[in-house]
Design a protein around this ligand. Structure first.
Ligand SMILES: C[S@@+](CC[C@H](N)C(=O)[O-])C[C@H]1O[C@@H](n2cnc3c(N)ncnc32)[C@H](O)[C@@H]1O
Length: 348
């Protein structure tokens, strides 16, 4: 049964409803859903990510990671990518890290993904480097006591969120289904759950809140692991760290914005990552915040402009223009420059 039919069946009873995060989770992560069995990334699919735009993105991150390893670890370690997509970021990081021939030798690589089509592509990348013992896991669960370097790009925006807004009371978004019209719709319920009411107190002055329990739980587990075994987390995503003025939930199909109830189970659903929550979680786990900035600021500070100029040397005019354009997409405020943020936290 496809995802739409499963959800309709679940909601057929007149009085039944589903919290919006549960609806999203079924569309994205459960059986036959969006993230389980097809490649969504690329010009011919739904969206393009920073590593797919240019090698410069992965190279800058690779240099940061290599430098961290050289200065803070220098021995056996876990290299963990969350949601590696087509494996392009991994490829660029491994290629750059060859500057030092000890990095790959010392890395125990674990890739966290559950998309069978994307895992096939990741395997091709791994094979091209002739690396043995790479592990794939569906979830982050690591028993290893080695220090770890964990990184991700556009991973945390994939998790389901609960949506709240305030009128007289806090209200939460739910989904229902009309069998006769074969249509899903949104409606609100007053929040009564004590724990969530307490959580919402900090959003009182903004009147809007999006909370992702799963996203925060995963980040908390990572931070706990890093605090215990040492290392660093570098995560890039589109997000905010202060006020959310409007709901940020967004659905995309074939590069076009759509509605949540179109293409159910076949389209991307994302939301902005609340980086202030991530920073709080990191600090609660005794980690230090090494960097929080826009993607533009991070890439510029760590040398993307220099790399761009070196890539342009001896290239045709056409190729030079392509490289300039890639740089623009990664760093300009009109594209990814400001909406994407970089957070780096590490053990003390
Ligand atoms: C938006 S893509 C980003 C891919 C890649 N990092 C990039 O920048 O091109 C999200 C990635 O996370 C994976 N993913 C999404 N939800 C996941 C989940 N619940 N568990 C494991 N992996 C997940 C997807 O399969 C995909 O590889």
């Amino acid at each position: 049964m496809n995802v739409r039919s499963e959800l309709a069946k679940k909601l057929t009873n007149e009085n039944s409803s589903l919290r919006i995060d549960k609806f999203i989770k079924q569309c994205l992560h459960e059986k036959n859903s969006y993230y389980t069995d097809h490649n969504p990334i690329g010009k011919d699919y739904d969206f393009v990510t920073a590593p797919e735009i240019s090698q410069m993105f992965g190279e800058i991150i690779g240099l940061y990671i290599l430098n961290y390893w050289l200065t803070k670890i220098g021995s056996r370690f876990n290299l963990i990518e969350l949601g590696p997509g087509k494996g392009t970021l991994l490829k660029d990081i491994l290629r750059v890290s060859k500057i030092n021939n000890q990095f790959i030798k010392n890395a125990k690589i674990t890739l966290i993904d559950k998309n069978i089509e994307l895992i096939k592509l990741q395997k091709e990348v791994v094979n091209s480097f002739d690396i043995k013992n790479v592990k794939w896991k569906e979830k982050f669960h690591l028993n290893s006591a080695l220090p770890s370097i964990v990184y991700s790009n556009e991973f945390f925006d994939c998790f389901a969120i609960r949506q709240f807004y305030k009128k007289k009371h806090w209200l939460e978004k739910f989904v229902k289904y009309n069998f006769n019209e074969n249509q899903f719709s949104l409606f609100d319920k007053i929040v009564t759950e004590k724990k969530i009411k307490k959580e919402l107190l900090k959003y009182n002055k903004y009147g809007v809140a999006e909370i992702s329990i799963e996203r925060e739980k995963i980040f908390n587990n990572l931070c706990r692991h890093i605090n215990k075994n040492k290392g660093m987390i570098i995560t890039i995503d589109y997000g905010y760290n202060e006020i959310l003025k409007n709901f940020s939930l967004q659905t995309v199909f074939r590069h076009k914005k759509t509605h949540l109830f179109e293409n159910i189970g076949k389209q991307d659903i994302t939301s902005l990552v609340n980086f202030s929550e991530f920073i709080t979680i990191a600090k609660q786990n005794n980690l230090k915040v090494d960097l929080y900035s826009s993607q533009k600021k991070f890439l510029n500070e760590y040398g993307i402009s220099k790399r761009k100029n070196s890539l342009k040397v001896n290239q045709t005019l056409m190729k030079k223009k392509i490289i300039e354009n890639q740089y623009k997409v990664l760093t300009d405020d009109k594209y990814m420059g400001n909406s994407f943020k970089v957070l780096i936290v590490s053990s003390k």
